[in-house]
Design a protein around this ligand. Sequence first.
Ligand SMILES: [Zn+2]
Length: 450
Amino acid sequence: MTIRALVSQRVVTPQGVRAAGVLVEDERIHNVVEIGEVPSEAATENFGDCAILPGLVDSHVHMNEPGRTDWEGFFTGTRAAAAGGYTLLVDMPLNSLPATTTVAALEAKRGAARASSRVDWALWGGVVRDNQEHIEELATAGVAGFKCFLIDAGIDGFTSVSEGDLRAALPHVVKTGLPLLVHAELDGPVDAAARKLQHEDWTRYQTYLRSRPEEAELEAIDLLLRLCREFRFPVHIVHLSTARALERLQKAKAEGLPVSVETCPHYLHFAAEQIADGDTLSKCAPPIRGAENREQLWQGLREGIIDLVATDHSPCPPAMKELSEGHFRKAWGGIASLSVALPVVWTEARKRGFALGDIARWMCEGPARLAGCSAQKGRITAGYDADLVIFAPEEEFLVTDERLHYRHRVSAYLGERLSGVVKKTLVRGTCVYEGGEFPGDRLGREWRRN
Ligand SMILES: [Zn+2]
């Protein structure tokens, strides 16, 4: 087998950022060596000052296929992922039809993903009101873990779960040993807020923000921590928005509870004060909160209370954003960011003194650990898959629609000037993105534990 070498002054390894040659043999990283030790017979590409990062892992995406491929799909979604430096996506069980709550539905989604994916993928299974008897079968069939909602998901085909439903489901989840990812907002505080806001002006962002109070997140997290203490299952809080939850999450971790936490690029970049009235492109749930809250989320990352950053890439046809009316209650909630998430997070991170190694921890290693693939993906180390990103950290660009690559090129990030350009992405040693082009075929493969 021939060896290829990718050389750079800044290879982001778990031991630090250093000048090195990444030796690739077939689909794997054979070794990481000093530049002077690169074998002379190796076909060598020198990327100079461009960094080599591990391929990014996104543990929270909505590809919407099968069933809602007009919203997104594996072909367009994984194209956007490749352009954004992502080499493995883990797809959420909802927004597709059928939702991934049975093995038959899992197989239907596998068929769609196999046919069209440019990057590797894995699938989360759903825990809904009435599928307890499918949970262990889904695990045997190869889901990476489970996802549930404590509040109405706002979409047909995926019911939320009450504490009682969770108590029925958790013994099955515990048997699988897999994590349960939870949309942590409770109905009670949201319904109470909505009643008071019925006659308010829903084109105002403040109205929407007040309709999703922090208490909804805090009470949901308290419930989950209680259940975690009782059932001892790995619980993962998806898209944490309120920094007020950090203290209790820190305590739970200190207590030894198996809890992990994610936040998203939009919570780390935008702030409520800057969102214009009528700008429903910025609607997501839980909502983007104030600038001070955003800084506290960064502090949560600094202290390791927040483990990872995932996109929650959740696009829809532009008409569903109700842009002409700018009505926050009617508009679909979800922010698509696969192709720009790395530069968004990097732009904000470097301003706050973080380095590329931090990006690798939050966007490669952390999500890989959650999805159970951290022995094979998310690091530049001998034996790992040769999932690699060539990244120019200091180069700036303007977010235009040609940069987005997913199905509907609308975005809350359009017009932003960001730092960090993805030059090239390799999945298991094969180039899937380079300079705006998508060479290679749809070589994405399912990642499974066994
Ligand atoms: Zn989501």
